[in-house]
Design a binder for this molecule. Structure first.
Ligand code: IPD
Ligand code: CA
Ligand code: CA
Length: 275
């Protein structure tokens, strides 16, 4: 079928869906919110609000784009015929959300023939959202609707770089990640663990972090933030020569990336076995 929407249309839908889900999550959080289920480990939790947000997004997109494919974290997988696929994390930062911490986001990317062309990340408790269009730059929008281009910071030397990271829910993986962080921390300014990979990637884009890395991310964690970071002018990748994936995701200002990516490779940031 020759249904090839413009990236601008896909971006408008992504932003609208992310905004609606963000408002649902912000305004609809029950005071007694509990864990509805666990996934990869007992600490990998899902709340009723993760599920409600994904239902809202799938319903919104399916109504407007019935022939598109869909990959959502909470099980929303469907094939399509249009060449467009939506990659959705309805609530990135679920543990923060569960505890009432503000660092969580809705992340939506639209891919055409496997390439991300439009991305939206809504972070309602920050009063901000972020978006990007392939080849069209990346922007931050404030609650009053005003937008400004996202720009990474000028690159500092690695030992003055503020680096975000995250830890997987699987104990063996996070133990190895802690060993890598232990060796990295003396070589950088400091490390941050925000609890939302989508926001971390947008923070590299907007100059609030000099770099970010994590092992074990899924497509829905990184698809939107990766495009936003690249369109802002940051560099992203995985292991040297590879795109970001579940083995390793690295995003940084260009000067920091050139030092951080090989260092992470040397430290074995993509695997389990550390002394
Ligand atoms: C998680 C967050 C976290 C990262 C984890 C992700 P979730 O996503 O992005 O920062 O460290 O690897 O799984 O489970 O809150 O959607
Ligand atoms: Ca996530
Ligand atoms: Ca999630």
């Amino acid at each position: 079928m020759s249904d090839r929407p413009t990236p601008e249309l896909l971006l408008a839908l992504a932003r609208e869906a992310a905004g609606r889900a963000g408002r649902l999550l912000r305004d609809g959080r029950p005071a007694d919110l509990g864990v509805a289920a666990t996934k990869s480990s007992p600490i990998d939790v899902v709340t009723e609000m993760d599920l409600a947000a994904e239902r809202l997004i799938t319903g919104f997109l399916a109504e407007r784009r019935p022939d598109d494919a869909f990959l959502g974290e909470e099980g929303g997988v469907s094939g399509g015929t249009s060449g467009v696929r939506w990659v959705v994390d309805p609530l990135d930062g679920t543990v923060n959300y569960l505890y009432g911490l503000p660092q969580w986001a809705v992340s939506i990317a639209a891919e055409v023939d496997g390439e991300a062309v439009a991305a939206a990340v809504a972070a309602p408790m920050r009063g901000e959202s972020y978006h990007a269009l392939l080849g069209g730059g990346a922007f931050r929008t404030a609650a009053d609707g005003s937008s400004e281009p996202l720009r990474p910071r000028p690159s500092p030397p690695l030992d003055q770089a503020l680096i975000g990271t995250g830890f997987n829910y699987v104990a063996t993986v996070r133990t190895a990640q802690a060993a890598v962080a232990r060796r990295l921390i003396p070589r950088v300014r400091d490390i941050r663990r925000s609890g939302s990979a989508a926001i971390d990637l947008c923070d590299v884009a907007g100059g609030r972090l000099d770099g970010f890395y994590e092992r074990g991310l899924a497509p829905w964690d990184l698809a939107a933030g990766d495009l936003i970071a690249r369109e802002a002018g940051a560099v992203t990748g995985g292991r040297p020569g590879l795109p970001p994936d579940g083995d390793l995701t690295v995003a940084a200002t260009s000067g920091v990336f050139g030092k951080l990516q090989p260092l992470l490779d040397e430290l074995g940031a993509w695997h389990d076995s550390h002394e």
